[in-house]
Design a protein. Structure first.
Length: 103
């Protein structure tokens, strides 16, 4: 567990350089985090981002990895649903669409 915390802290320390090297301007990060410019600079300087802000920044800095992670999570959820019997046939789905949209 300690190794995980150290790795996280190391990552948070690397965020200023990662942001600087990214193709985005600071205004982009300010807007996505919904914080002011002075607040962003303070958080960068003091490494004071919340866990949620670190997650948002990571998704912005590594969009391909974020998409891959989301897709793999969706696949895993689908497998769990299938194993637990939470499935619908294509006919059921079509019928629901017809009812919902009056087709």
């Amino acid at each position: 567990m300690i190794a995980l915390v150290k790795k996280y802290n190391s990552y948070v320390e690397s965020l200023p350089k990662l942001i600087e090297k990214s193709d985005y301007k600071l205004e982009f990060f300010m807007k996505k985090l919904d914080i002011s410019k002075p607040t962003l600079y303070r958080k960068l300087r003091e490494q004071a981002f919340t866990a949620k802000e670190v997650e948002v920044l990571t998704r912005l800095l590594f969009p391909k990895e974020a998409l891959r992670h989301e897709m793999l999570e969706g696949i895993e959820q689908g497998r769990r649903d299938y194993k637990e019997g939470r499935i619908k046939t294509s006919n059921d789905v079509r019928e629901n669409i017809k009812k919902k949209y009056g087709l």
